[in-house]
Design a protein around this ligand. Structure first.
Ligand code: TRP
Ligand code: ZN
Length: 874
């Protein structure tokens, strides 16, 4: 209280500032230890922090200490136990500056914050009455004044005091080290984390929670207690999370030689969360959607996602926590590598080819549009206004592709050696992307100079294949310009390929060509038969292939490609091209005949029977592109052409394959008690892919029956979704039955919101506006916002992009409303129009207007400001 009014207050800045990688300098002060005391109260929480601070080497002795702090009420500052003179303190909106400090000192700061008023879900906030924190990337500064940057690593001790009855469970990072009573019905719990960490990995939880316990013994014999904390009613929905965690812990020991390093590992589920989950040291905090599952309420896909996110956050304990990031430009160092690690884990747990297909579909639908629009940026960006806006598909998913390419270039052993070297060299420090690449280089002896361009440059190479008249084959690479980066140098690109006989389908030749020049020849073994080429096997590099192949050759690959990924991708691309042709976007000769041939080839893939049959893979072949997938491949997007073309081809294929689809549907059905494991999930995926096509072909009865008789959520959701996407009379009834059955389970209701958002009805937007006031919706819960508005904008092409612009006006209005409360969420949602420039001219003008309205609004968060201006920039 002593310093608050007296401290000098600096004037407000207006335009948000740009942070540049080139400006990086090491921290002028270091903080060796942090002791925090929290007195929790929803309205006013008091935080007392005691920091052991020392000036960095070579930093001038008159350099001030500038701490970050946002929305904090400063109450006291003491240096070495003495009240600090107020004329040496300058506080502004974002910082606290202290002048005239000694070389080393103990700094005590007392602040207050208001968790109840925190709707941004960054810092300390309440979710259903429980205290929780989210500090990545810059949330810790909303809890206390600090050097809130990832290269300041400190040892933390934390004491949490709160009302004993309302908040019996009080958690922080590390190991529990004490508990005591406090006056007025309060109590205190003490925690200590022995591992130095950056502030973004700090976490605290306080609430009335159930705890589900288990145990794990590490390879070297360390006993680890596993504790999952959830709301009491969800106590019996944590089993799969625990199972996944234990498998992930074992896998990381076996595959990367990484062991867990504390006595306890905790996961807490919260309903209000901006992301999937967060890897806070020893205390992961999860969006409850990625913790809670039961056969009745979660689909196979939900189980799969839980497994991968649990693994992802666990793997961060090494790739992110033990070795952290020097600055936020290095984000893909931890995220790209960790996504790669979780993808490999899932591939080992399930069908490897299907996992690869899913990872690549995600890359295509999420990352390729970034490359292709105004938000294009390198996996390691070099500037930002708000780092929250760079938790992107490019950083995560393209980052993972770069790690995968390294593994394929170096080979399994050298890659593992590189990973070991990286972890050994940089353990306990804040590292850079360069450190990672250097470790790979040193361990393998390979020169990765040219490979580094992948990290530094935006956009995606296009690989063209040309056949010269003399039979020679050339591969050329060219990366189209992106904003601010006109010229692109050639990259190091591994292209895996194979050649099959056009008549026999037999493998003629195969190899891996490393492109490093703009053009390179490819020489095939001499053979009598004409070769049919299959490039980018396993999707060996994140590039676009420009290669015109005849439909006949593509059907040959569909039947004979031994690379399961390419067999799928040639099928997916045929689905795509046939749909676009049917919609009038592109031209294909003799379209009806071609669709018939395609359906026949698909039927052959379906018939199963062979020993290698992988039903999950067959399901992927049947799935084909969504409408928003198709939009990506249009130079000019016209939603009607896309949606109608897709529906017509699906109906035609379903008609042609009605018999085989019904057969497969029944063959895949099972009476066994539900298990989410791959051996059951695969057949269910195929069964439900057949169902979706049959309904697309007009047979809604089969779905109505399945919806009625389903004994698990996978089957119930598949049937309801299929009906929800049809515009028959069964639609309303299916949705209503589902809602009445599940209205008290918020996670299940999110599925329902998403289906409502997909409504094919012409008045879908009216329906969605009405849902904003429905008991099932809550604009403060990001899961609900994403289920309704996110799905509407991404997948309901006809209504969101309605020709009168009503969808865009709704979008602008919602972005601004959400921005008032949760800027991170609003800024993420705005990417729904990231490719507005590809819309046909009339819609393009309307979408632009919506973006301009957003950009001009006041007040506007710097998050949304940055996104809107990047989107509008020429
Ligand atoms: N590090 C988290 C992950 O990928 C991401 C994350 C969780 C996050 N919460 C966030 C990022 C809030 C930005 C803001 O595992
Ligand atoms: Zn992550």
């Amino acid at each position: 209280m002593d310093n608050r009014d007296a401290a000098i207050t600096a004037p407000k800045k207006d335009a948000p500032e740009t942070v540049r990688l080139a400006d990086y300098t090491p921290p002028p002060f270091l903080i060796d230890t942090v002791d925090l005391y929290f007195s929790l109260d929803p309205k006013q929480t008091i935080v007392t922090s005691r920091l052991a601070v020392r000036r960095g080497d070579g930093v001038p002795s008159d350099a001030p200490l500038v701490l970050n702090g946002v929305d904090l009420d400063l109450r006291a500052v003491r240096v070495d136990g003495e009240k600090f003179p107020t004329d040496c303190i300058v506080a502004d909106e974002n910082s606290l500056t202290l002048k005239g400090l000694p070389e080393t000192f103990t700094l005590e700061i007392e602040t207050a914050c208001a968790p109840e008023a925190n709707t941004a879900l960054s810092g300390l906030y309440l979710s259903n009455g429980m205290f929780c924190t989210q500090c990545e990337a810059e949330g810790f500064r909303r809890i206390t004044y600090f050097l809130d940057r990832p290269d300041v690593l400190s040892k933390y001790t934390v004491a949490i005091e709160a009302d004993r009855e309302a908040y019996p469970v009080l958690l922080a990072n590390g190991n529990p080290v004490g508990a005591e009573d406090a006056p007025n019905g309060r109590h205190v719990k003490r925690w200590e984390d022995p591992h130095p960490k950056p502030s973004y990995l700090f976490a605290l939880v306080g609430g009335d929670l159930a705890c589900v316990e288990d145990a794990f013994t590490t390879a070297s014999g360390r006993a680890v207690a596993i504790r999952i904390y959830v709301q009491h009613q969800n106590k019996d929905k944590c089993g799969y999370t625990i199972d996944s965690l234990k498998r992930a812990m074992r896998w990381d020991e076996e595959t990367f030689g990484r062991e867990y390093d504390l006595d306890i590992f905790m996961i807490v589920a919260v309903d209000h969360f901006n992301f999937g989950a967060m890897e806070n040291k020893g205390l992961n905090i999860f969006n409850s959607a990625y913790v809670l599952a039961s056969p009745q309420t979660a689909t196979d896909q939900d189980y799969e996602i839980i497994e991968s996110i649990v693994a992802h956050e666990y793997f961060h304990n090494w790739s992110g926590n033990r070795v952290t990031c020097r600055d936020w430009f290095q984000l893909c160092l931890k995220e790209g590598f960790t996504v790669f690690r979780d993808q490999e884990f899932s591939a080992d747990m399930r069908s490897r080819p299907v996992q690869r297909i899913k990872d690549v579909r995600r890359l295509w639908s999420g990352q390729f549009p970034e490359d292709d629009g105004p938000l294009a940026h390198p996996p390691r960006p070099d500037r930002y206004i708000t780092i929250d806006n760079f938790y992107t598909a490019t950083v995560y998913d393209k980052g993972a592709e770069l790690a995968r390419m390294l593994k394929n270039l170096l080979g399994e052993e050298a890659f593992r050696a590189g990973s070991d070297l990286y972890f050994d060299r940089h353990d306990g420090t804040a590292a850079t992307v360069e450190d990672f690449v250097k470790a790979m280089e040193d361990a393998s002896g390979r020169d990765l100079t040219q490979f580094r361009r992948w990290y530094e440059s935006a956009g995606r190479p296009r690989i063209a294949v040309t056949h010269e008249p003399d039979g020679a084959i050339f591969l050329t690479q060219k990366t189209p310009p992106t904003a601010g980066e006109a010229e692109k140098a050639a990259r190091h690109i591994p292209i895996k390929w194979a050649a099959y006989g056009a008549d026999s389908g037999a493998l003629i030749d195969e190899g891996l060509i490393e492109l490093t020049e703009t053009a390179q020849p490819l020489t095939l073994k001499q053979q009598g038969e004409r070769p049919v080429l299959s490039f980018l096997q396993g999707f060996s590099a994140p590039v676009t292939l420009d290669y015109e192949q005849s439909v006949a050759d593509r059907l040959t690959l569909m039947a004979h490609d031994r690379d399961r990924f390419n067999q799928w991708s040639v099928t997916f691309n045929l689905w795509r091209d046939l749909s676009l042709a049917r919609g009038g976007v592109i031209e294909i000769e003799a379209l009806d005949d071609t669709i018939a041939q395609f359906a026949e080839a698909l039927g052959a893939a379906l018939s199963g029977g062979d020993d290698n049959a992988d039903p999950a893979l067959a399901a992927e072949l049947l799935r084909g592109p969504t409408a928003s997938d198709l939009a990506q491949y249009c130079d000019v997007i016209d939603p009607d052409q896309i949606v109608d073309g897709r529906a017509a081809v699906r109906a035609a294929v379903a008609g042609a394959l009605s018999g085989p689809l019904h057969d497969a549907y029944h063959r895949m059905a099972s009476d066994a008690p539900y298990s989410p494991a791959a051996d059951q999930a695969g057949p269910r995926a195929l069964k439900n892919a057949c169902l979706a096509l049959l309904v697309a072909g007009g047979d809604s009865e089969i779905a109505e029956r399945q919806a009625r008789e389903a004994r698990n959520m996978t089957d119930e959701a598949a049937a309801t979704a299929a009906l929800a996407l049809s515009d028959g009379a069964a639609r309303e009834e299916a949705l209503e039955n589902f809602y009445q059955k599940w209205r008290t389970d918020p996670l299940v209701v999110n599925k329902w919101l998403a289906w409502r958002a997909l409504s094919p009805a012409p008045d879908a937007l009216e329906d969605i506006r009405a849902l904003l006031r429905h008991e099932a919706y809550d604009s403060t819960n990001p899961n609900k916002v994403r289920a309704l508005i996110g799905v509407f904008g991404r997948e309901n092409l006809k209504s969101f992009h309605s020709a009168d612009g009503a969808g865009y006006r709704f979008f602008a209005e919602q972005i601004l409303l959400i921005d008032e409360k949760n800027p991170q969420l609003a800024a993420r949602l705005i990417t729904l129009v990231e490719n507005w420039r590809k819309l046909e001219p009339a819609r393009q003008a309307l979408a632009k207007q919506a973006l301009e309205d957003i950009a001009a609004a006041k007040p506007l968060s710097s998050n949304v400001y940055e996104m809107a201006t990047r989107l509008l920039k020429n």
